[in-house]
Design a binder for this molecule. Structure first.
Ligand SMILES: *[C@@H]1O[C@H](CO)[C@@H](O)[C@H](O)[C@H]1NC(C)=O
Ligand SMILES: *[C@@H]1O[C@H](CO)[C@@H](O)[C@H](O)[C@H]1NC(C)=O
Ligand SMILES: *[C@@H]1O[C@H](CO)[C@@H](O)[C@H](O)[C@H]1NC(C)=O
Ligand SMILES: *[C@@H]1O[C@H](CO)[C@@H](O)[C@H](O)[C@H]1NC(C)=O
Length: 333
């Protein structure tokens, strides 16, 4: 290249940098356009003040760009003032991996179908909002999902059974909604290890599927529902990883003396059910942090040893049919 041309080139580059800052901007223009549409759909909330069209969207709050591609990968608005429904434009951020709306009390309306377009989404988190309506079936077809956290909303209707077949899912929190119907049978098929299952504070009914016993969950909270029948499969062998099991405030009815106790179990809350039989001797061998079997139909002597008399007072055992022995009054001969 001749020198004058080279010089001209240089001058043009310098001009472009100084006169058109947008050319040096990292943010992908399509993503920027979509984010600005989202801001507008939310009626320019205070939380999104940093979303200024004059600046690089990779520097805005509540979003994260990929280091190499500079596409928007995360959208997270926590403790925000977002109001109204989730705009359909969130589906137009094709590289999104995390969608996280936490503590936006004025966020309302359903989970929009546009979310199904997010083929790379790994974390779907809509928690502590007033989002309502059903959990859409399409969520169970989003194969990239690893975590689904939809706690503390106003969601209603049944849990889609295809969620149990998601190949990468390792955590599911649907607690504190108004979900109804049964726990799907497919929940015994979850693939991930270390699976955390929170379904508490809903209106789930029917039996706990026997298939759940095949899955080794470290943490299960099914409390405050209307579940009935047997929960024995959840306990299973002493080799299970189960550490935390909360089944309190349901309608469960099974013989507690028949359960096998996993050796790591440290939290067991069974209060307010219709559980019968006696307390298994094996409870004395566990390092229990929490035990509550009150308000059931248990009978017989409370086994002596372990944490059973030292850590828990009578309220862990009271209101049963004929449970007796310390810390309750002694058994009549
Ligand atoms: C939610 O809306 C109410 C009523 O319009 C308003 O008073 C309140 O400040 C809003 N909350 C947030 C976090 O924006
Ligand atoms: C839902 O909205 C009601 C009424 O505005 C509010 O009191 C409540 O805190 C909201 N729920 C959540 C989880 O933000
Ligand atoms: C959420 O549920 C509460 C309590 O049932 C109700 O008062 C409120 O209107 C619901 N909010 C929405 C947005 O549906
Ligand atoms: C056990 O649960 C009952 C019922 O909720 C409660 O009253 C009691 O205080 C609890 N006791 C312990 C030790 O957790």
């Amino acid at each position: 290249m001749e020198t004058p041309k080279l010089l001209l080139c240089l001058v043009l580059i310098i001009f472009s940098i100084f006169l058109q800052p947008s050319l040096s901007e990292l943010c992908h223009p399509q993503d920027k356009k979509v984010l600005l549409q989202i801001k507008k759909a939310f009626n320019n909330p205070y939380t999104l003040t940093s979303w200024d069209p004059q600046t690089d969207c990779c520097h805005w709050y509540c979003v994260q760009c990929d280091d190499k591609t500079h596409r928007i990968t995360d959208l997270f608005v926590n403790y925000g003032d977002l109001a109204g429904p989730i705009p359909h434009q969130v589906g137009d951020l094709p590289f999104l991996e995390t969608l996280d709306f936490h503590k936006n009390p004025n966020l309302t309306g359903p989970i929009p179908p546009a979310i199904a377009k997010l083929k790379k989404l790994r974390y779907l988190m809509i928690t502590w909002t007033n989002v309502s309506g059903p959990i859409p079936d399409f969520i169970g077809e989003m194969d990239s999902l690893e975590f689904i956290f939809l706690s503390f909303n106003n969601l209603t209707g049944p849990i889609p059974s295809n969620i149990g077949k998601l190949p990468k899912l390792t955590g599911l929190r649907l607690d504190r909604n108004k979900l109804s119907g049964p726990i799907p049978d497919t929940f015994g098929e979850f693939k991930g290890d270390n699976f955390y299952l929170y379904l508490s504070h809903n209106q789930l009914s029917g039996k706990i599927p026997v298939s759940l016993g095949r899955k080794d969950f470290p943490f299960v909270d099914l409390s405050r529902n209307r579940l009935e029948g047997d929960a024995t499969p959840l306990f299973g062998s002493e080799k299970k990883m189960l550490e935390h099991l909360d089944l309190s405030r349901n309608l469960l009815e099974f013989d507690l003396s028949k359960v096998e106790l996993p050796e790591r179990l440290s939290y067991l809350d069974l209060n307010h059910n219709k559980i019968f039989g006696s307390l298994p001797e094996g409870l004395t061998k566990l390092s229990l942090q929490q035990l509550n079997v009150s308000y059931n139909r248990l009978c017989g002597k409370i086994p002596v040893g372990g944490e059973l008399q030292t850590r828990f007072d009578y309220s862990a055992y009271f209101h049963n049919r004929c449970l007796c022995g310390a810390p309750l009054p002694s058994c009549k001969l």
